[in-house]
Unconditional design. Sequence first.
Length: 116
Amino acid sequence: MDRGQGENLAAIASAFYAGGGGGPTDEELKAAGLTRDDIAGEEDEIVWVWPEHEKALDLFNALVTQWRSGFNGATGLDYNVLPFLFELYSVEKAQQLARFDELQIMERAALKAMKK
């Protein structure tokens, strides 16, 4: 995997846990005493999912309930469920290490985004 692919995976996971959601509505802004001009330039960044990362994103989405946590919040994903998910998502044995590497990139980026 080249550097650009790792950066795309990290961006996907960061966006997933950064709060996103398209920003506040006009009503929400008004209730807070703000206008669109007040938040100009703070729109969510668009992150494109490359076709080669769709399987990793599917697996990552399936793992959202599998975070291990401690006193300071999430510490990492519980990998015990991966064999089940690899079977469920038809990940061939030859591709499992590559998918695991991608998930770890996404996991690190998600943890970083959660700590912000």
